[in-house]
Design a protein around this ligand. Sequence first.
Ligand code: GDP
Ligand code: MG
Length: 163
Amino acid sequence: ARPIIAIVGRPNVGKSTIFNRIVGDRLAIVEDKPGVTRDRLYGVGEWLNQSFSVIDTGGIEIDEEDAILKSVRIQAELAIEEADVIVFMVDAKAGVTPSDEEVAQLLFRSKKPVVLAVNKVDNLQRQDEIYEFYSLGFGDPIAISGSHGIGIGDLLEAACSHF
Ligand code: GDP
Ligand code: MG
């Protein structure tokens, strides 16, 4: 079986954008069971000669703070169980939010390796935007931009180093 990378984070940080960049059209399975797993997308990615599965834990996005936190928590827990490596995604433009801290708590408790990816660093001149994310406690944040295709190789390099 391929090793599994799960992309975890609150809604709107860019998980699906990055998932699509990594997976392209190699969408393996779309979960279609009733219940909480229905919105998880599975795909196949490759970095150098390593192939792996990717989970987009996008999930249920409801316009209510408690519901968002709850759905993020459930999705993150499911992904933690399945994954070999977790990509914890946050948003440089939004900064650290309470929902990010909520996800961080969950990931801390897991024994899985976590790679912290700061998305929406659209301009490499703006690398200073990543420093505040050290406060989440997952070490060096990796600057990426899903819309500009920046940093994806660095992210996959870091993730695959844990297989
Ligand atoms: P998800 O909810 O975490 O899956 O996030 P999405 O992938 O749906 O993206 C949420 C929003 O952020 C969309 O409007 C995307 O176009 C935008 N977005 C994603 N990646 C980037 C990025 O690198 N830079 C900027 N500026 N916007 C982005
Ligand atoms: Mg999504």
